[in-house]
Write a protein that binds this ligand. Structure first.
Ligand code: AMP
Ligand code: MG
Length: 404
């Protein structure tokens, strides 16, 4: 048995970012940039006006109020070529228009009488005011987004501003999902005696997609050698394989043996975590293979704690784990020493402090408390339990949180 921390580091040391692809900017939200990018030109490309108003020479405006002749008009999109602000004159200018030669300040229309042929300035003028200077945002050649950046609307805005239409990002890994067991029927069929619906596949597919990957559903391997050989073999063609069930010590649990027969090298089996203990991890060449326990709660928790960080690393992410924060326990939590215990909790904020309480029955076969949980508490292996009022480490579970 490996510890929770050992399991995580074995997994994260085994996986590498996949290859990259160039895709259109419109498709890049949430993807991870695979190269440093330098500004192809100055941003902005020319000095321009930050306000609707008048381009002036500050030396003409020492006495306030001051009257100037309006000798030109520059709307956004106009060229400033050949336009010049002479002594005693002003050019009417709109936000974003290039500032004309000769001027060194822009006076907002609100600080004038809004005159058309002549304008009276009503407020003192400071050299350089309301100018946006060439390259003041980013100068040509400066790296403005680094490899590893998660692309969000602000990055997209700046990339588009630089005319970059195709972006090098890490590819979305294809993740094969395979359930095992003779008791399973697919969604759409009414389960007969002894049968249950293969719900893990759907939940795993959702979690895989939420983590940014492409899910490939392989179906169900029945509890016999031939079916396992066929389905596991199919799953090993993907970038990642996740199986559920058949990984404990039961008579029909053959996932690990058949993976080994197919050439996968087991890195660990059994982790000091509750629930989720029988988890196994293997590598098939560069393909990580996660064999998760079949109880839906264990499947989801081991995905969250072990598979999700690996999928993020494969996509080039640098932030792999959800941030932990402290919450004060409302009620005591019993536990034995020796294993990390995962507890489904609900959170409440009071006077700036988060309080956690158990979401209810914590047995692995109880799904409702997983649905009700807003966060996951990680109780350390060495702890022998927590009293009410003690602080524990929690992290959000998905987006399922009501914030104040
Ligand atoms: P096993 O590891 O095969 O003994 O399965 C452990 C438990 O998980 C059993 O109660 C199974 O019925 C349940 N289970 C296994 N596979 C799935 C699945 N795909 N969807 C929902 N429950 C499952
Ligand atoms: Mg089974």
């Amino acid at each position: 048995m490996v510890s929770f921390e050992e399991a995580r580091s074995i997994i994260l040391d085994s996986v590498r970012p996949v290859d990259t692809e160039r895709i259109h900017l419109l498709e890049t939200a949430g993807r991870v940039l695979a190269e440093d990018l330098a500004a192809p030109w100055d941003m902005p490309l020319w000095d321009n006006s930050a306000m609707d108003g008048y381009a002036v020479r500050s030396t003409d405006c020492r006495e306030i109020p001051c009257k100037l002749n309006v000798t030109g008009f520059l709307p956004a999109g106009a060229k400033a070529d050949g336009i010049r602000v002479e002594a005693g004159c002003a050019v009417r200018i709109m936000t974003g228009a290039p500032v004309p030669f000769g001027c060194d300040a822009v006076v907002p229309v609100e600080e004038t009488d809004d005159g058309q042929l002549e304008v009276t300035l009503l407020e003192p003028v400071i050299k350089g005011q309301h100018f946006r200077f060439r390259a003041e945002d980013v100068a040509a050649g400066v790296i403005f987004v680094r490899s590893g950046t998660v692309i969000r609307p602000p990055e997209i805005n700046m990339l588009a501003g630089f005319g970059i239409a195709l972006l090098p990002v890490y590819r979305r890994p294809v993740v094969a999902i395979l359930s095992t067991g003779d008791e399973l029927v697919e969604l759409g069929r009414t389960p007969g005696p002894g049968e249950i619906i293969n719900s893990n596949t759907l939940s795993l597919a959702a979690a895989v997609q939420e983590a940014g990957c492409i899910s490939r559903i392989i179906g169900i391997a029945r509890d016999n050698r031939e079916s396992h050989l066929l389905k596991l073999g199919e799953g090993l063609k993907a970038d990642v394989l996740i199986t559920s069930a058949g990984v404990s010590a039961g008579d029909c649990d053959m996932v690990r043996d058949i993976l080994e027969e197919l050439g996968a090298k087991q890195k660990f089996w059994k982790v000091g975590i509750k629930p989720g203990g029988p988890t196994a991890f293997a590598m098939y060449g560069s393909t990580p293979v996660f064999s998760l326990p079949g109880n839906p709660v264990s499947t989801m928790i081991t995905f969250e704690e072990f598979v999700r960080p690996a999928l993020l690393r494969m996509q080039g992410h640098q932030q792999l784990l959800r941030p932990l924060f402290k919450a004060v326990l409302r009620d005591p939590l019993k536990k034995k020493t020796g294993k990390v215990q995962i507890v489904r909790v609900r959170l409440e904020k009071e006077g700036g402090t988060w309080f956690a309480s158990s979401a209810g029955n914590q047995q692995t076969a109880i799904l409702k408390t997983m649905v009700d949980a807003q966060a996951i508490a990680l109780l350390p292996a060495e702890s022998g339990g927590f009293a009410a009022g003690e602080e524990i480490d929690v992290h959000y579970y998905g987006n399922h949180i009501e914030l104040e």
